[in-house]
Design a protein around this ligand. Structure first.
Ligand code: PMV
Length: 332
């Protein structure tokens, strides 16, 4: 309906990188220095409603029922990209809900901005391809580019200066290899150093930056092959390698970035001990203290029990792999 009501709602899920993104070649456009590969989750979600009003001059943003100045600025910057495309200056009411803790290393910005771009584009009746949505989501939050798609996803580094080719594409559907993920929560405090600031510090001061960039293509190729062959052991080894390499890179910054607490480390040891006993599981950790343990479906109960047992673990969530961003009923 080209004449309104300029209202839409969408759901997106967070994704977890197995081959990590760390570093920007263009901070304004959120262009990465390396490609990355992720899995999109299913039971953690963001649901976002967007309603544009032609006579309104500002945006009103609520997150989990509360207004948040810092997030509202990012939402407005993101909606500006859509308003530019549509040639309108209308303000919007945005209401977004997460069913998991925000800003604690669980990639709420990935699901949040994927859902916002999708709902906003629908509300303005913009007919955008998934690739165009991925580029727009990337500009709002890098890793959001990947939450446009479900299952196993690769986000390309891209060659162009304008970033139109730094876009995510699906590698394999979730159903084709339905791994599961246990997320061990070791702290609910908001993180102190966000990923953009951390990446910036790393690029300026870490002596390992060039080694990180030089070795990424080979890691991406290994992970891509492992995913296409459904080779769990190969994916486990390359994913833990990418995670530890990213953290080593960040730790070598000045001052060094330490995203882990003691329980984070204990969980990593516990996952490795399980794997040594033959349990198909591996860990990954992002710019925060939570540990994500990726495992075969048959191992999920054992992995959850083992992580719950680690001193300092507050809670363990359990999720499968899910679909990409999609429209949902308004007022859902
Ligand atoms: O795009 P951001 O700001 O959410 O940064 C993501 C950085 C990591 O989570 C550490 C790695 C990744 O690829 O998701």
């Amino acid at each position: 309906d080209a004449h309104g009501p300029f209202h839409a709602a969408s759901q997106a899920q967070p994704n977890i990188a197995l081959i990590k993104y760390w570093g920007k070649r263009d901070a304004a456009l959120n262009l990465p220095v390396v490609g990355s590969i992720s899995i999109t989750l299913d039971s953690l979600w963001t649901r976002t409603q967007v309603r544009f009003t032609p006579e309104q001059t500002y945006d009103r943003v609520s997150l989990n029922g509360r207004s948040d100045e810092a997030e509202a600025k990012r939402v407005t910057a993101c909606l500006n990209l859509l308003r530019e495309r549509a040639g309108v200056a209308w303000g919007a009411d945005v209401a977004s809900q997460n069913n998991f803790p925000t800003a604690a290393g669980l990639a709420s910005s990935a699901s949040g901005f994927a859902a916002l771009v999708h709902a906003g584009a629908n509300a303005l009746n913009l007919q955008l391809s998934d690739a165009e949505l991925s580029v727009l989501a990337r500009r709002c939050s890098g890793s959001a580019a990947r939450s446009i798609f479900g299952g196993y996803v690769e986000w390309a580094h891209g060659q162009r200066a304008d970033g139109t080719d730094s876009v995510a594409t699906p590698l394999l559907d979730a159903d084709a290899w339905p791994l599961r993920v246990a997320v061990a929560i070791t702290s609910t405090a908001a993180k102190q150093i966000g990923s953009s600031e951390g990446m910036n510090r790393t690029a300026r001061t870490s002596p390992y930056q060039s080694a990180w960039i030089d070795t990424q293509e080979a890691d991406l190729a290994t992970a891509r092959d492992a995913i296409h062959a459904r080779d769990f052991d190969a994916l486990a080894l390359i994913s833990e390698h990418s995670c530890l390499k990213m953290h080593a890179l960040a730790m070598a910054s000045q001052p060094g970035l330490l995203y882990w607490n003691g329980a984070t480390m204990e969980c990593m040891h516990r996952v490795r001990a399980l794997r040594q006993q033959g349990v198909p599981v591996f860990f990954t950790v992002d710019a925060g203290p939570q540990v994500k343990a990726v495992c075969a479906p048959s191992a999920i109960e054992q992995v959850k029990a083992a992580l719950r047992d680690v001193p300092g673990v507050l809670d363990v969530h359990d999720t499968g792999l899910g679909a990409g961003v999609r429209a949902i009923a308004k007022d859902a």
